[in-house]
Design a binder for this molecule. Structure first.
Ligand SMILES: Nc1ncnc2c1ncn2[C@@H]1O[C@H](COP(=O)(O)OP(=O)(O)O)[C@@H](O)[C@H]1O
Ligand SMILES: [Mg+2]
Length: 316
C-alpha cells in the first residue's frame, strides 16, 4: 500500500483524547490508569473463564472486566481482552453473543443507544475512554468504524471522503491529495479517479464498502473497527476487502467482528471466541468471552470444548 498516513496533520500522540487542538503528553489525573482499583484487577486473566490471556506485544485497547447493559439487560459479562497494535483481531461467536456490543463499546458508539451502559474499564493507550474529561467525538476519530452494510452519504465520492476532515476541522494542506491518498489506501482510487464528482450510490456494494473504509481512514484514525464488513458482499468483493485489510494493518490496528470463521482464520492474528450463556434466574442470555488466543491456536488446538464445538460446526 502506498498511503501510509503521513505529513504534518498526522497526530503522533495517541495518548490524550481530551483535545484535538493541543496534543499533550500529560495525561489528565482523573483518567490515569494507575489508580488502586485498576491495579487490583489482573488484566492477564479473563474473569469469566478464569483463563490467562495471551501476551500482546503492544496493547492499544484493553478491556478489563467489562459488562455491557441495555437497560436492565446485561448483554455482555466479564470481558477482558487486549487488542494489539498493527494486528488484526477477530471476534467470532454465534449470533447474539455480544460481538457488536463489545465492538461498539471500544469507541463509545454504544453511547448513541439509549439505555446502553458499560461497566469495568476500557482503556486506549492506558487512558480510560469513558473518563469524564474524554471527548467521545475524539475517541471515535481515533477509533473509526466500518459497518455491516455499506453506508455512504448521499454525496459525491469526493465529498464522502472530504466530509470527515471538514467537520472535524482537520488542518489539510490539500483536500484533493487527502481524498486521493484515502481512496488509494482503500484500494479504490483506480476505479473512481475519473468520476470523483459522481454520486457514491452509483458504486457497487464492494466499492461502496471500500469507500466507507476510505472515509474512515481520511480522518487518520489509529484503530479501525469493522462489524461484519463483508456480510453483504459477494465472494470476489469479500476477497478484495480481506486483501485490503492485510495492507491496512501495516498502518492501522484492526478489530473485526465476523460470523465467517474462515474469514477470521484467513485474516486475523488473534481471535476471540464469544458465546452466550443463559443467566440463572432470568434466563437472559449473556455474552461471554470463552477463549482468546492466536488465531492459529484457536483453529488448530482450542483450549475450550465450546470453542472446538463451534469451529468444528457442532453448534452456532
Ligand atoms: N440496541 C439494543 N438494545 C437492546 N438490546 C440489544 C441492542 N443491541 C443488541 N442487543 C442485545 O444484546 C445481545 C447481544 O447483541 P449483539 O451485540 O448484537 O450480538 P452479536 O453481534 O454477537 O450478534 C443480544 O441479546 C441483543 O438482542
Ligand atoms: Mg453483530
Amino acid at each position: 500500500m502506498t498511503t501510509a498516513p503521513s505529513g504534518s496533520t498526522t497526530p503522533t500522540d495517541w495518548t490524550d483524547m481530551t483535545s484535538t487542538d493541543a496534543p499533550t503528553t500529560e495525561r489528565p489525573a482523573a483518567a490515569a490508569p494507575q489508580d488502586a482499583s485498576a491495579r487490583e484487577i489482573d488484566v492477564r486473566v479473563d474473569r469469566a473463564s478464569g483463563r490467562y490471556l495471551p501476551e500482546v506485544p503492544t496493547p492499544v485497547i484493553e478491556c478489563t472486566d467489562v459488562d455491557i447493559f441495555y437497560g436492565q439487560f446485561r448483554a455482555v459479562h466479564g470481558v477482558s481482552l487486549v487488542y494489539g497494535k498493527n494486528e488484526i483481531t477477530a471476534m467470532i461467536g454465534p449470533s447474539g453473543c455480544g460481538k457488536s456490543t463489545v465492538l461498539r463499546s471500544l469507541n463509545r458508539m454504544n453511547d448513541l443507544i439509549t439505555g446502553a451502559r458499560v461497566t469495568g474499564k476500557i482503556t486506549y493507550h492506558g487512558q480510560d475512554i469513558y473518563g469524564s474529561d474524554v471527548d467521545p467525538i475524539e475517541v471515535r476519530r481515533r477509533i473509526g468504524m466500518v459497518f455491516q452494510k455499506p453506508n455512504p452519504f448521499p454525496k459525491s465520492i469526493y465529498d464522502n471522503i472530504a466530509y470527515g476532515p471538514r467537520v472535524t476541522g482537520m488542518k489539510v494542506s490539500s483536500m484533493d491529495d487527502l481524498v486521493e491518498e484515502s481512496l488509494r489506501g482503500a484500494a479504490l482510487w483506480d476505479e473512481v479517479k475519473d468520476k470523483l464528482k459522481q454520486s457514491a450510490y452509483g458504486l457497487s456494494g464492494g466499492q461502496q464498502q471500500r469507500l466507507c473504509i476510505a472515509r474512515t481512514i481520511a480522518v487518520r484514525p489509529e484503530v479501525i473497527l469493522m462489524d461484519e464488513p463483508c456480510s453483504s458482499l459477494d465472494p470476489i468483493a469479500t476477497a478484495r476487502i480481506e486483501d485490503l485489510m492485510e495492507d491496512l494493518r501495516k498502518d492501522f490496528t484492526i478489530i473485526i467482528v465476523t460470523h465467517n470463521m474462515q474469514q477470521a482464520a484467513r485474516v486475523a492474528d488473534r481471535t476471540a471466541f464469544f458465546t452466550a450463556k443463559a443467566a440463572e434466574g432470568t434466563g437472559d442470555r449473556t455474552g461471554q468471552l470463552v477463549e482468546y488466543d492466536l488465531t492459529s491456536k484457536i483453529f488448530s488446538n482450542p483450549a475450550d470444548r465450546r470453542t472446538e464445538d463451534y469451529i468444528s460446526g457442532r453448534f452456532g
